[in-house]
Design a protein around this ligand. Structure first.
Ligand code: C5P
Length: 244
């Protein structure tokens, strides 16, 4: 691991082999790895142990599971995720305060049972793929999108969550509402001049960190490069010394 890096690299690949190859290449360059639903459903949970072997025992693994179910089920799932020794996992804030409290409680008890540190529990507010029109028209949420994001951020904080996954453009509003200690994990980051792909609302790594990101989630600008380690080094150089 590179403890000065703020990069969580999104391992959005569909085989164990590809994920481990990337993890090895990047092991000295990134803060940690994001394992999402595509990879875990393709590779199975053994991947988490294999990743630790490839990247070192202190590898920070962010399990991007986005739990959203009744509190009792989320409690059990969170316990299980914690027992696997993940460093961080997430839940949908729209599941409500009781559900988020259950996630935090499961993280504590699962970690205690397994004798590992309690994972960080962060919340997803409104998916960045949800437009204001969908939020209002399909979901029936009448307050403006940023207000909804900030309200869910506060609910997540009051429920004991450690932070939030948020779009770069929401960082300032959430920081103002939730203070400096609420962890902000920011995808939608693109180095200057990079292909933005399907991301719409982007900032450069330096801008996101200056705005208050604790970690940036970066996928294709690293994983699709011929030399992923060099791409990660460039991003580290850009964010170094930029902390707000
Ligand atoms: O390749 P790219 O850098 O766009 O990857 C970003 C990663 O962050 C992907 O794994 C994507 O699912 C995730 N993500 C996102 N926007 C969100 C939440 C997660 O792009 N709002």
């Amino acid at each position: 691991m590179n403890t000065n890096s703020q990069i969580l690299v999104a391992l959005d690949v569909d085989t164990v082999e590809k994920a481990l190859a990337l993890a090895k290449q990047l092991s000295g360059q990134v803060a940690g790895y994001k394992v999402g639903l595509e990879l875990i459903n393709s590779a199975g949970f053994g991947l988490l142990d294999a990743l630790r072997e490839a990247a070192g025992p202190n590898a920070k693994i962010f399990y991007d599971c986005k739990f959203h179910d009744i509190p009792n089920t989320v409690l059990g799932a969170s316990k299980a995720a914690a027992r696997r020794g993940v460093w961080m996992f997430n839940v949908h804030a729209s599941g409500g305060g009781a559900m988020m409290k259950a996630a935090v409680s499961g993280a504590e008890s699962g970690a205690a049972e397994a004798g590992v540190p309690k994972p960080l529990v962060i919340a997803v507010s409104v998916l960045t793929s949800t437009s204001p029109e969908v939020l209002r028209g399909e979901m029936g949420v009448t307050r403006p999108l940023t207000e909804q994001v900030v309200a869910l951020a506060k609910l997540a904080q009051d429920s004991g969550c450690d932070g939030l996954v948020a779009s770069p453009l929401e960082i300032a509003a959430i920081r103002a509402a939730c203070g400096p200690d609420f962890l902000l994990v920011i995808p939608g980051v693109r180095p200057a001049g990079a292909d933005i792909g399907d991301q719409r609302r982007v900032m450069t790594p330096g801008e996101a960190v200056r705005a208050g990101a604790d970690y940036i989630v970066v996928g294709r600008p690293i994983t699709a490069e011929a030399d992923p380690a060099a791409a990660a080094r460039r991003i580290n150089a850009e964010t170094a010394g930029n902390t707000a």
